[in-house]
Design a binder for this molecule. Structure first.
Ligand code: FAD
Length: 554
């Protein structure tokens, strides 16, 4: 471990010693038992010790080690087994299943920690001279296999951990722009900005363990994107070290200088070079921040309300609605005395029944407001009208406050479930509004059929997470009860049925998780064969030796 650079645990999400707990949520175990037949209260097998893994030996040559030592200093050139394994994968469920079972693929031979842009330039030159493969590493949080070296890679594999490049360099207060090093993790970045009264407003669920460079390289989207934009909107300029040259894009609000090079770097997943810093839009910290909760009689009514909210004069920071099953999951996952479980309190239920609602079909929505007190009051008024017009019911800000406090703990639940033989993961797409409700129904049907065919119990639920003028992102979470040795194959079936449904029905293969190897098979259907041709030519032109994170995207 390198001082000042945080590292996730090798077998799961986040830091060692932190885990999801169900004991304080009495409705959760019965919910899981009812839905997929698994008793989560039973004791589980402990995670195997790291020492039981057979980690392939590093193939780093003395010559390349010597050069890397000269560039960054010996202590920033790491070849120990645990560091290499942590850098071999992201945090997709397939990654977790494999690493827990000791199925290690092509583990990097070395992890290098540059401290300056110049060091990145020199280490990339040294690696390319040795014809090594170079894979930039941010927080290691991706779920699309965009960090793993190709199986059977015979060249040396160098993982470049960007964690020492973690500083806020400059704020241009007049323009609302900040220049920030690319290896900074979300909380460290926001701490530095907040200390000076600013925020970037980008908060993916993986915020704690993902970096600015990783967000740009995967075209990430945060939960407040309705107000602040996706990273593609937020990132206005950047510096990227490429083979033999450095790309510098000044921050500009907009430009018509030919096809956008900035857009080519966004989503490039390390295939064009290593992003060392970026200029991003920043905003003054808001006076008020508030999340209000609402119920709708159906998911379709909630979708319609979200569409109307984002196309109204209210510029909310978040408009989210969960389908009925996700609503039940959220209510079951609330603490005994917590505000989420109080959502289902008798008075509210009575009101819903009086309105003739079927409680199995209700949809929970959170809408977020930020800005001056006056502005928030005005927006809440507009939203209240839309909610009413769509038959919804406001239940106050208590549940939203709790959601806000706990949102970054949610990722730990995947490890908890996997410990109990439950494979859980997510897939996201975006469609025009015209297809939003139908794609949801289609995916639920196709998923249920796939589980029947497999003879396993599984569930899928969804929420609308990010909205735009012409459509929205829907975010599907699935869980399958399978503690057999076939977990990877079962996961494949579920993942394929969902991804294929996206492209079959007006959706993109991924709204914000990127492509990696996981989504690569659907790229031609997503952007057409000619689109894939353009991307291939771009990668081949910049990287003729195929050294930069080969095998990802297309
Ligand atoms: P890594 O995983 O380290 O790398 C991802 C890719 O980017 C790799 O190809 C890598 O080579 C490349 N890369 C990293 N840094 C650089 C750099 N400096 N220069 C060039 N290439 C680089 N994503 C969202 O957008 N929104 C969410 O809400 C969200 N929630 C998630 C929740 C969970 C539980 C998990 C596991 C993932 C989630 N993700 C989400 C996915 C993931 O966090 C994003 O893809 C994130 O942007 C990855 O950033 P990272 O720093 O961890 O990158």
């Amino acid at each position: 471990m390198i001082e000042g650079v945080k590292q996730q645990k090798w077998w799961g999400w986040g830091e060692e010693g932190k885990a999801y707990r169900h004991e304080d949520k009495p409705k959760f175990a019965p919910f899981v038992k009812k839905m997929v037949g698994v008793d989560i209260t039973l004791p589980v097998k402990p995670i195997r010790p790291f020492s039981s893994l057979e980690v392939p030996a590093s193939q780093l040559s003395d010559e390349l080690r010597g050069k890397l030592n000269t560039v960054v200093g010996g202590k920033y050139v790491q070849t120990d087994d645990e560091t290499r394994v942590v850098h071999a994968y992201g945090k997709g469920v397939r990654d977790l299943i494999r690493v827990r079972n000791g199925k290690l693929g092509r583990v990097p031979d070395v992890v290098v920690y540059p401290g300056t842009q110049r060091e990145v330039e020199l280490l990339l030159a040294a690696a390319l001279e040795a014809d090594a493969v170079v894979i930039p590493f941010g927080g290691g949080s991706n779920i699309v296999a965009s960090l793993e070296a190709e199986p059977g890679e015979t060249r040396q594999v160098v993982s470049v951990n960007m964690g020492r490049l973690n500083k806020l360099l400059e704020i241009d207060e007049e323009s609302g722009l900040a220049h920030i090093e690319a290896g900074v993790l979300g909380p460290d970045m926001e701490d530095q900005l907040n200390a000076r009264g600013w925020t970037m407003g980008h908060h993916p669920d993986s915020f704690v363990w993902s970096t600015l460079g990783g967000w740009i390289a995967t075209r990430s989207s945060g939960m407040q994107s309705d107000k602040y934009g996706d990273i593609a909107d937020i990132c206005r300029g950047l510096t990227m070290v490429m083979p033999g040259q450095v790309l510098t894009l000044r921050p500009l609000p907009s430009s018509s200088s030919g096809p956008s090079v900035r857009e080519m770097v966004l989503g490039s997943e390390g295939r064009l070079g290593i992003i060392t810093s970026a200029w991003v839009n920043v905003h003054r910290l808001p006076e008020v921040r508030e999340l209000q909760a609402y119920f709708f009689p159906t998911y379709e009514a909630g979708l319609k309300a979200c569409e109307e909210i984002v196309t109204s004069d209210a510029t909310v920071m978040m408009a989210r609605v969960s389908d009925p099953l996700e609503t039940q999951y959220i209510m079951a996952n609330g603490k005994k005395s917590g505000r989420v479980s109080s959502l289902a309190n008798k008075a509210i239920q009575k009101l819903m029944l009086q309105k003739g609602w079927d409680l199995e079909k209700i949809a929970l929505s959170f809408v977020g407001f930020e800005g001056s007190a006056n502005h928030v009051r005005y927006e809440k008024g507009l939203v209240a009208k839309v909610v009413k017009n769509n038959g919804g019911l406001g239940v106050g800000k208590g549940p939203g406050t709790l959601y806000d406090q706990k949102k970054y703990d949610t990722p730990y639940i995947r490890d908890f479930m996997l410990d109990r033989g439950l494979i859980c993961d997510v897939s996201d797409t975006s469609t025009p509004w015209a297809y939003a409700a139908e794609i949801h129904t289609l995916i639920l049907d196709r998923f249920a059929k796939a589980m029947d065919d497999l003879g396993v119990r599984g569930l899928v639920f969804c929420h609308l997470s990010h909205s735009y003028h012409s459509g929205a992102c829907q975010y599907f979470t699935f869980a399958i009860a399978d503690d057999s040795d076939n977990q990877e194959a079962t996961y494949d079936v579920a993942k394929r049925v969902i991804q294929q449904s996206f492209v079959d029905f007006h959706g993109t293969v991924s709204h914000h998780h990127g492509v990696g190897e996981e989504h690569s098979p659907w790229m031609e259907e997503d952007i057409s064969p000619a689109g894939v041709y353009i991307q291939r030519k771009l990668f081949e032109g910049i990287d003729p030796g195929n050294n930069l994170n080969p095998g990802k995207i297309v």
